[in-house]
Design a protein around this ligand. Structure first.
Ligand SMILES: [Zn+2]
Length: 153
């Protein structure tokens, strides 16, 4: 192999690497970086809370069915309760909802949904559950009300 061929080969490899780099870089730009609301460092998508300072985004319920449809409830309280009578965080005038039907408790950076002894049960993604740690996108059903659990900012 002559020197000219060798240089050509090296330039060729360098070009391919450069194109690969540009493709990878442009791919990375499509996903917006998630910044910590506390220390403003970049958070990886798998983190449910900032590993630097412990900050966690406030989760919310986006109601999609029932009397609360199109409303959003920020889960800022330690305990959020859902039921048919006054005193609950969310009051649902629905005969299928028990007086104290369900509760969502904040545990560190997790949100735990629990059936508080309801008559008709609590459903997550179509399954009746006594208790469950909620994840992004879970669909919660209580009586005739459905809400999506969201925790991304
Ligand atoms: Zn942080």
């Amino acid at each position: 192999m002559s020197t000219g061929e060798l240089i050509g080969l090296i330039v060729g490899i360098a070009l391919v690497l450069l194109i690969l780099l540009v493709v990878l870089a442009s791919r990375g730009k499509q996903q917006p970086q998630r910044l910590c609301g506390g220390c403003k460092r970049v958070m990886l998508p798998v983190w449910t809370k900032c590993l630097f300072c412990g900050w966690a985004p406030v989760a919310r319920l986006e109601f999609i069915l029932g009397p609360m449809a199109n409303q959003v409830l920020q889960l800022t309280d330690e305990v959020t309760t859902i039921g048919s009578v006054a005193g609950n965080t969310v009051v649902l005038a629905d005969p299928a909802v028990s007086r104290k039907h369900a509760g969502i408790r904040k545990l560190d950076s997790n949100y735990e949904l629990a059936d508080l002894g309801s008559t008709n049960g609590v459903y997550v993604n179509g399954h009746k559950v006594p208790k469950r740690t909620l994840v992004q996108g879970d669909i919660i059903r209580v009586g005739n009300t459905e809400a999506v659990f969201k925790r991304e900012s």
